[in-house]
Design a protein around this ligand. Structure first.
Ligand SMILES: *Cc1c(COP(=O)(O)O)cnc(C)c1O
Length: 392
């Protein structure tokens, strides 16, 4: 069906993505008659086990990992918690009480780091430049031989800025620490290859790459000390007890294969669309500010502030025109405290409060970009008058 001029426009792919047809197709048998428990020894069980093993092997191959280095989780949040808390707990027993991270992490990592502190760990944060990238020099002083784990995301979910993973990872290794990276927004956008030794542990999430919500994975390099978060059965070598979500694991593996196979072409397409969206908005609203503009960015995120407005008015005006975007990350929408990422970048508070994040993906076409840029100036005027009347 051709898109109509009135179809709503989804520009929030960093919050979540639709499940792809091929992914749903791969999953369907395991939601139906192939329902076995992979731990059972009869034919139903063996069939489910084969599907789960196959999914693990195929997902491993997309990041150059070995099959036993993949642990399926309930999503990115669990993977991040398992990495930060699980590794810290295992390493602090070896006399390493410190944990290093950054102030621009997703709440899944920041929450886990907070828990490390509550359990007696010493937390040190790296600093961030005004352009949204972690300052490698700040890692030199803090990555000492008492550090258990260093966690730094690969691509920031609010700005799209690509972080210096190779450099910080090398400093972490030199200090004998384990390096974790949250690659939820990076997967399919940057090249991820475990054999290049840039990370020890890496988090993925299904629903950011057109697989279902509630499935993710943690790559754990062989030999990495990690305590399980949950206790129970011996599934996944005891790292993650509980009956495995076979259908979702199969879906995640299929989505991963597709996104990696299409990476070159799709990233080129998204970059062209994002750059055009950015150019056209800046042409029509010259005082708008693009966050992370001078840093290397993943191709799917545009974070932009419009002076004299506020996020809520902008998002409401966009929504009235059928455009779905977000103010920063989905997890903090509804909160009034503002983005911790923009704060770490020392963005002026009035600008930080006037940000919209538009994130592109499989649903984004030339037509979407054209329609958004057409309505943008009028909508900024409207948001400015709303902000003005709210202030008076
Ligand atoms: C979405 C996201 C997460 C959380 O993943 P869930 O599967 O939703 O739990 C973690 N980190 C980043 C960077 C994300 O964008």
């Amino acid at each position: 069906m051709p898109a109509s001029a009135h179809d709503p426009i989804y520009l929030d792919h960093a919050a979540t993505t639709p499940i792809r047809e091929e992914v749903l197709e791969a999953m369907t048998p395991f939601l139906g008659r192939r329902f076995g428990n992979p731990s059972s020894t009869h034919r139903w069980g063996r069939e489910a086990r084969a599907a789960l093993d196959g999914a693990r092997e195929r997902l491993a191959r997309t990041i150059g990992a070995k099959t036993d280095e993949i642990c399926f989780t309930s999503g990115g949040t669990e993977a991040d918690n398992m990495a930060v808390l699980g590794i810290w707990r295992a390493m602090q027993k070896k006399g390493r009480p410190a944990c290093v991270s950054t102030p621009i992490e997703h709440k899944a990592v920041l929450g886990a780091v907070h828990q490390v502190e509550a359990e007696g760990g010493e937390v040190r944060m790296l600093s961030v430049s005004g352009d949204g990238s972690v300052d490698v020099a700040s890692a030199r002083g803090v990555l000492r031989d008492d550090v258990a784990v260093c966690s730094m995301m690969w691509v920031n979910n609010e700005t799209g800025v690509i972080q210096p993973v190779a450099e910080v990872s090398r400093l972490a290794k030199e200090a004998g620490a384990i390096f974790h990276t949250d690659a939820v927004q990076a997967f399919g956008k940057v090249e991820i290859d475990a054999s290049r030794q840039q990370f020890d542990v890496l988090s993925l999430s299904g629903h950011k790459i057109c697989a279902p919500k509630g499935i993710g994975a943690l790559f754990i390099r062989r030999g990495t000390p990690i305590d399980p978060l949950m206790h129970g059965g011996s599934q996944d070598r005891g790292r993650r007890p509980g009956t495995e979500n076979v259908a979702a694991a199969v879906g995640l593996a299929r989505a991963a294969e597709l996104i990696v196979a299409e990476r070159g072409h799709e990233n080129e397409r998204l970059r062209r669309l994002r750059d055009e969206l950015e150019r056209a908005i800046l042409e029509r609203v010259p005082d708008a500010v693009v966050h992370g503009r001078n840093s290397a960015r993943a191709p799917h995120i545009l974070s932009i502030s419009v002076p004299g407005t506020d996020s809520e008015s902008l998002l409401m005006a966009l929504d009235l025109k059928g455009v779905a975007a977000s103010g920063g990350s989905a997890c903090q929408s509804g909160s009034v405290s503002g983005s911790h990422v923009l704060k770490a970048m020392r963005v002026r508070p009035d600008l930080a409060g006037a940000v919209v994040r538009m994130s592109l993906g499989c649903l984004t076409t030339d037509d979407c970009v054209r329609r958004v840029t057409e309505v943008f100036p009028a909508l900024v005027a409207k948001a400015r008058s709303m902000a003005g009347s709210a202030a008076s």
